[in-house]
Write a protein that binds this ligand. Structure first.
Ligand code: SF4
Length: 487
């Protein structure tokens, strides 16, 4: 999960989108008869995009068993928290949330509360014994068992299902997606890399890939149902391999790009070890594959990378970055950085700063090292003090903001193609969307959407359209521009 884009997804983000309407529109799912007994399910998702995608699978499984979704916890018969265990802070959030949920349980004795995801897998029966209000603990590979476990919980039997699978990919489950223009498609599950700081191999098991044909079919279905953009997801998406057809991730990307030529295709997250020339060239060959690569480096020191068991050197990493820039000069780059890994010296911290200066990322996800039980790094102790971690993190963030700001200044005066996502959260007179290179862009229109402009022409665009924007200003995080008419 370290590698996947950590979206600051809390329940609010998922449960009241900008329009404030219930977010669940049951796409391509047979309508379950709404009977007196129809039970309502409320799902809260924490952590990374893989968990968002898993929550859609969970809702798909539950809907097939006759549940309907609700976006209000006090309206629910079943509340499921899909949790993250990547850092201590992520788990503390769940403990806090369970304190709130006590209120609902007191109000409704028959309310069923379940913990899903990586924290469920990591803490297992501890959650049941420690937390009276928890009725179910279900790991990422056991979601098919949810309807039965919930039925037993109604009879007063607490349930725990945390077996990790070497084969489970939920290939036949149709995720229940919220309406929108961007969708996640998980193409593989688990991870075999065993980075010494990471819990993912212990909470999500061994790597396994879905069938290439079913992924391509799913992309076509999503296009037909109005989605404009997909992100192919995996802990290590570029180590994807379809054994049946002996095809790798570059093949999957090319097949998907050809199958839905109008659709924007993104993928996340890659590992430097598996970033092949074939993948880089495949990206360049297909216009609808977005020119944005998220490639976590974690540290600028070979000694620290070895202690992290990352399987590459800085020389290899820089060579891969140079290859991407040579083949796709316009490609935007981002990364993950961990500061304060056990035994990291001040000199090695400066190496990380120097690497970020050399690569000049468009953006980065930057974290303090958080010791996790069961991981190899746990045994190394946590010898970098909190104070030093905080100082190193703020130095890295400050430097990255400066670099992002400088890079975004170079877009002023240029023309960008932006996928319209909706009205800006910050300025209701502006719209927002993202460029092909994944830069958030706010843009105004000389007329409000739908109104006629001076030439008697309408704005003529809606959410999901791709429009042309001339960039006028930029911050380290956002480009601001104006729409170029009739483009
Ligand atoms: S073990 Fe390493 S490669 Fe795998 S998910 Fe964790 S950080 Fe990513």
């Amino acid at each position: 999960m370290f590698d996947l884009p950590v979206l600051n997804i809390t329940e609010t983000a998922l449960h009241d989108n900008e329009q404030g309407s219930p977010v669940f529109d049951m796409l391509d799912m047979p309508n379950a008869p709404i009977t007196r007994a129809t039970r309502k399910l409320y799902v809260e998702t924490y952590g990374c995009a893989m968990n968002v995608s898993d929550s859609e699978i969970v809702m798909g499984v539950m809907h097939k068993s006759g549940y309907v979704m609700t976006d209000k916890p006090d309206d629910a018969d079943v509340i499921l928290l899909n949790t993250c265990a990547i850092r201590d802070g992520a788990e503390r959030k769940i403990h806090e949330r369970l304190k709130h949920l006590k209120f609902y349980k007191r109000k409704r004795r028959d309310l069923v509360i379940g913990i899903l995801g990586c924290m469920a897998e990591r803490m297992r029966d501890e959650l049941i014994t420690e937390k009276q209000i928890v009725d179910l603990v279900v790991g990422p590979d056991e979601y098919r068992a949810l309807p039965q476990l919930i039925a037993k919980a109604y009879e007063g039997e607490k349930g725990i299902a945390v077996k990790l699978s070497r084969v489970e990919t939920y290939d036949d489950i149709v995720p229940l997606r919220t309406e929108g223009i961007s969708a996640w498609i998980s193409v593989s599950r688990g991870c075999d890399k065993f980075c010494t700081f990471c819990v993912v191999p212990f909470t999500r098991g061994r790597e396994r890939s879905r069938s290439l044909q079913l992924i391509v079919d799913e992309a076509k279905q999503l296009w037909d149902s109005g989605f404009k953009e997909i992100t192919l997801l995996g802990q290590n998406v570029n180590s994807y391999h379809d054994d049946a057809s002996n095809q790798d991730f570059a093949d999957l990307l090319a097949r998907t790009a050809r199958a839905v030529p109008q659709m924007r295709i993104r993928y996340s997250t890659s590992h430097p070890y598996d970033m092949s020339d074939k993948l880089i060239e495949t990206m360049a060959e297909h216009d609808n594959v977005c020119k944005y690569v998220h490639l976590p480096v974690q540290s600028g020191s070979d000694r620290v990378l070895e202690a992290m068991n990352r399987h590459y050197t800085i020389a290899h990493y820089i060579e891969r970055m140079q290859k991407i820039k040579d083949v796709m000069p316009q490609c935007a780059l981002s990364t993950d950085i961990i500061v304060g890994f056990p035994t990291e010296t001040e000199e090695e911290h400066q190496m990380t700063m120097a690497l970020m200066q050399e690569v000049r990322y468009d953006g980065a996800f930057m974290f303090k090292y958080s010791p996790r039980e069961k991981t190899k790094a746990w045994k190394m102790g946590d010898d970098v003090s909190e104070e030093v971690k905080t100082r190193r993190l703020s130095e890295i963030i400050e430097q990255q903001h400066q670099i992002s700001h400088e890079i975004n200044q170079t877009t002023i005066g240029t023309i960008e193609r932006v996928l319209v996502e909706g009205l800006s959260r910050r300025d209701s007179t502006a719209w927002q969307g993202r460029t092909d290179s994944n830069k958030r862009t706010m843009f105004t229109h000389i007329t409000n959407a739908g109104e006629l402009n001076a030439e008697g022409k309408t704005a003529g665009y809606v959410v999901g359209d791709t429009v042309t924007v001339r960039i006028q200003r930029a911050t380290s995080a956002t480009l601001i521009g104006e729409i170029v008419l009739n483009s």
